[in-house]
Write a protein that binds this ligand. Structure first.
Ligand code: ADP
Ligand code: MG
Length: 227
């Protein structure tokens, strides 16, 4: 499903070069749930952004399904991203003026999904139900707890039925009980939808929700252990 081949990425800050990724390889099968662990600054976000086609590596390539990302132009890349990939961020990134329903529905408008209003509604409400927010559809993000906001973000990431969901430290701003409930929602959706999940964390207690854990340190991917 996803194959990362020898990707490297450097940032230049003044006269300093920062090697964010130093030749990273990884293969992820369809339907797997992979956890990327590593301390702050180890390269987790850089790797997820490159897999999600939000950023480009200096060298190496990412293969998503049958596509080589390096071989795609801007428009094809945007289409691939809209079709295949959902993002969940550490800081939720919800739209403050939209309510829960509207936030979840939003990607369907961006994607120009071809769904009727009624089909959109059915899909949004099914996800609202799955993440347990039925009573909150009219609430705005500032009226929700952190855990509820992240559940909105999960539903929003899934509404377009992406094959791949990337979650960059999705539980970093949550207490540990809420973090576990968020991960178990992700795990359930991973089973039900057969979507592929890659999430990053530095919390070992949520790594156990994944099928396999890989560790990053100083831009290297150190090990990949099946569980
Ligand atoms: P993590 O997500 O594991 O905390 P990151 O991928 O964000 O790690 O960062 C890896 C390294 O790259 C860090 O040293 C970070 O400071 C650096 N870095 C990340 N983004 C940028 C950027 N836009 N400009 C300069 N340096 C960056
Ligand atoms: Mg990060």
């Amino acid at each position: 499903m996803i194959r990362i081949k020898n990707i490297s990425k450097k940032y230049i800050l003044g006269k300093t070069e920062i090697h964010a990724l130093r030749g990273v390889n990884l293969s992820v099968n369809e339907g797997q749930m992979i956890c990327v662990m590593g301390p702050s600054g180890s390269g987790k976000s850089t790797m997820l952004n490159i897999i999600g086609c939000l950023d480009k590596p200096d060298s190496g390539d990412v293969f998503i399904g049958k596509y080589s990302v390096a071989g795609l132009g801007r428009n094809d890349l945007a289409a691939l991203r809209a079709d295949m990939i959902g993002f969940i961020f550490q800081s939720f990134n919800l739209i403050p003026v939209l309510n829960v329903y509207e936030n979840i529905e939003f990607p369907l408008h961006i994607k120009n999904s071809g769904l009727t209003k009624k089909e959109m509604q059915r899909r949004v409400m099914r996800l609202v139900d799955e993440v347990g927010l039925n009573e909150y559809v009219k609430h705005r993000p500032d009226e929700l707890s952190g855990g509820q906001r992240q559940r909105v973000a999960i539903a929003r990431a899934l509404v377009t039925n992406p094959k791949i969901i990337l979650a960059d430290e999705p539980t970093a701003n949550l207490d540990s009980a809420t973090a576990k409930s968020i991960l178990s929602i992700m795990k359930t959706l991973n089973h039900e939808e057969k979507s592929t999940f890659i999430f990053s964390t530095h919390d070992p207690s949520i790594a156990e929700y994944s099928d396999s854990v890989c560790r990053m340190k100083d831009g290297f991917l150190l090990e990949s252990a099946g569980r």
